[in-house]
Design a protein around this ligand. Structure first.
Ligand code: NCD
Length: 333
């Protein structure tokens, strides 16, 4: 695949070679993301970071990734602060911002909307989540983390049993990650969800068509017995049709008791975050904090290097990163 000047709207744009290129660049950028080295390869560039839906880590990590390459960031946050509330079209907004910035990151609550921004401009647009559609950069940082964590256990993603649990219907990270993992060989997928939140058939078909084994169940404990990775997710309450009230039953709560009882000892526990810590949410429990199996903060840390790599590839500077390398002169713990 080609990165230069491209918008990144869906994981379907990637092939295995493209993933390898990106991850090789991300590995080179890890010391910069960890503030062991600095580079100013994107000196003078501007990122427009437009988030029309709530976000903490995705918005900040995109901005930080751009800053750590030496670029400037302009943010908008929320619908209310923008002219979309005055009736402006996505096309007009996309066209206007395209005249100001070198690259745009967009999160929007409707599937397909980020593609509308991309159609309005000739600068690259990166999808940071379009409603229940896709979240390609989250999938990339998830797969990057999986590769690293599995390698530490002497394994590769090929041949693994990946259990995805929670809201498979509205969870866009699951949709993008399933497509991305389909690029690997012989993966076994188990989708665990309440009956109302099953994974869309188009995603299951996509994965099956690439030769992988796909199962669906409501029994998380049963699915975990042979799992190499658990990818748990939050109930996407904001996407439920009005008047619907759904909650995860206790069987979906990923806590120490469940993992000790039902899962292999070297399982990798992942979650795109945020986890819902409210009473009765039955999301990933914080009683696993500090547990070696928990990779959630490795995911968030890796997100910076992976997003830096994507900017470097799309803006065509990946081979120039080291030209401006300098030491870091400030306090880094
Ligand atoms: C996810 C999202 O926005 O889809 N969050 C994220 O970007 N890490 C998952 C979620 O909100 O549950």
């Amino acid at each position: 695949m080609q990165f230069l000047g491209q918008s990144i709207l869906s994981i379907e744009q990637f092939d295995r070679a493209g993933v390898k290129t990106l991850f090789d660049t991300a590995r080179r950028l890890e010391p910069y993301a960890a503030r062991k080295l600095r580079t100013s390869v994107l000196d003078g560039t501007v990122l427009a970071n437009l988030f029309f839906e709530p976000s903490t880590r995705t918005r900040v990590s995109f901005g930080v990734a751009f800053n750590r390459l030496g670029g400037f960031v302009r943010d908008t946050s929320g619908m209310q602060s923008t002219s979309l509330t005055k009736g402006e079209s996505l096309f007009d907004t996309g066209r206007v911002i395209g005249g100001y910035a070198d690259v745009m990151v967009v999160r929007y609550p409707e599937e397909g909307a980020v593609a509308e921004f991309a159609a309005a401009t000739n600068i690259p647009v990166i999808n940071a989540g379009d409603g229940p559609g896709e979240h390609p950069t989250q999938a990339l940082l998830d797969a990057f983390t999986m590769e690293k964590e599995l390698a530490a256990r002497g394994k590769t993603v090929d041949g693994m049993h990946i259990v995805l649990s929670g809201d498979m219907k509205y969870g866009r990270t699951v949709h993008s990650l399933s497509k991305l993992l389909s690029l690997y060989q012989n993966v076994r997928f188990t989708f665990v969800s309440p009956a109302e939140l099953r994974c869309p058939a188009k995603i299951l078909d996509y994965v099956r068509a690439r030769g992988h084994r796909v199962e669906e169940t409501e029994d998380l404990a049963g699915a975990l017995a042979s799992a190499d990775v658990l990818y748990a997710t939050r109930l996407q309450k904001e996407r439920l049709p009005e008047g619907t009230s759904l909650t995860y039953s206790e069987g979906f709560c990923v806590n120490r008791a469940l993992m000790d009882k039902a899962a292999p000892k070297d399982i990798i526990i992942m979650h795109p975050l945020p986890r819902d810590g409210r009473m009765g949410a039955n999301d990933l429990s914080d009683d696993l904090n500090g547990d070696d199996r928990l990779a959630i903060f490795k995911q968030t840390d890796n997100g910076v290097a992976v997003r830096m790599a994507l900017f470097a590839e799309v803006l065509g500077v990946a081979d120039k990163i080291e030209d401006t390398t300098r030491p870091v002169g400030w306090f880094v713990p």
